[in-house]
Ligand binder design. Sequence first.
Ligand code: FES
Length: 147
Amino acid sequence: MAKAKRKKVTKTKKDIEPRIITFACNWCSYAGADLAGVSRMQYPPTSRIIRVMCSGRIIPTFILDALTNGADGVIVSGCHFEDCHYISGSKKAEKMIESTKKLMHLLGMDERRLRFELISAAEGAKFAAVAKEFTEEIKNLMKKKHG
Ligand code: FES
């Protein structure tokens, strides 16, 4: 199987616009993001959304791969615990996030670069607010890192 070539991403001091990968579950969070879009809610264009069927599908490798290949931050977003279409996916994701943060710590990465959110299909405003807040948080981390 051929491996995709990855472009090395380097940032300058001026290049402070964060790159954020958002893994959003199909049933709730992606629909929430869609609602934010169709409702014309303003949020920064820093996020690239990757739709997955359930947040329980996300494994640490996806997150670490994103963070080591140019993403400044990662959001994993799923349904509220009682609404997960696969029963316990978002609960599983929460545990996975905890262990991934521990891994990040061991690897010398700032754990604040990873965030877990529960966003329903009706919470477009929450999606927009999380995107704004996380972008600011990541910008501050980048400023501290680059001086
Ligand atoms: S289906 Fe949305 S988190 Fe499981």
